[in-house]
Ligand binder design. Structure first.
Ligand SMILES: [Zn+2]
Length: 302
């Protein structure tokens, strides 16, 4: 069973109701399920294999940090599970939580009819052929601006989705996603559902990719809101979190009746890392694909 800690759920259903559902869930670290804390007042450590730094919703993928997940290890869902979603071509898939949150975001923004999903999960082979075709069609400079090298594309994780305004001729590499209507509503609500616009104006010196209003990346809550709030790109956020260690102070944030504490645990030398979990009611773990793990611990405010 998978469970995602969603800001809206926190507000509406209250934290303890969510925990009722997750408290019996087995601790599954590597698929980012929300795991229940082992009882109030107990200190706890989980042992995580170091190869898990390459998986999770917060992994950083760019020129310097390639995709290291094994192909086929991502839990994927086909968009056709939700027939109302418009797909630019058949067979688009996304990582399961990303898919569920995208569906909720499309519904909340009223964009189900107006927004088309142009691209989702890609294999390394698909990324390679898109890259090579773009070199032929668009040239080297354009391709370097908008298409990630094979093995350096977030699309290979299933956590990235390209969306466009519905029209007859959608540009596959750079779909139009205007700052108006349903597209604007989608953009404004994206962080509430765990999505960030991954490549923003002004961040190219850090990300290596030009502004892409159509490319959204799922990172989960509350991280998407924090990234927006600080006007970070993912590279900056991953770096920023390294200042917050298990012995505190944590990066703290709260919504509705729930609060979250976020901190970084560097990977130990060797095969495993003992990740200390701060006292709380539930937590989630993600690798950063660089050098360690990010813990997000949830508890009731009060
Ligand atoms: Zn994209």
């Amino acid at each position: 069973m998978q469970y995602e800690f969603c800001c809206d759920l926190i507000q509406e259903a209250k934290l303890h109701k969510i925990l009722e559902e997750v408290v019996h869930v087995e601790q599954i670290i590597n698929d980012q399920s929300l795991a229940a804390f082992g009882g109030k007042g107990r200190k706890m450590t989980v042992q995580v294999r170091n190869e898990e730094i390459h998986s999770g919703h917060l992994i950083l993928i760019n020129t310097g940090y390639p995709v290291r997940q094994k192909e086929g290890s991502e839990p994927l869902a086909p968009l056709s599970l939700h027939p109302e979603i418009r797909e630019w071509h058949d067979g688009i898939q996304l990582e399961k939580t990303c898919f569920r949150q995208l569906t909720a975001l499309l519904e909340a923004s009223g964009g189900m009819d107006e927004i088309v999903v142009v691209s989702g999960y890609r294999t390394e082979e698909e990324q390679r052929s898109i890259y090579e075709q773009s070199l032929v069609d668009n040239g080297a400079a354009y391709t370097a601006s908008y298409v990630a090298l094979p093995n350096h594309s977030e699309h290979q994780t299933g956590l990235a989705v390209d969306v466009g305004k519905m029209r007859r001729d959608v540009d596959f590499i750079a779909p139009s996603f205007p700052d108006s209507g349903e597209c604007r509503a989608f953009k404004e609500l994206a962080a509430d559902y765990g999505f960030i616009q991954r490549y923003k104006e002004g961040k190219r010196p850090i990300t290596g990719i030009a502004c892409e209003p159509w490319h959204f990346r799922y990172v989960g809550c509350p991280h998407a809101r924090l990234i927006d709030q600080y006007d970070f790109c993912l590279e900056e956020y991953i770096d920023f979190l390294k200042a917050y260690k298990h012995d505190g102070p944590y990066l703290t944030t709260g919504y509705g009746c729930a609060a979250a504490e976020i901190y970084f645990v560097p990977a130990d030398n060797g095969a495993v890392t003992n990740v200390p979990i701060v006292n709380g009611e539930a937590y989630r773990l993600s690798g950063n694909n660089v050098d360690g793990f990010i813990v997000t611990a949830f508890h009731e405010k009060g």
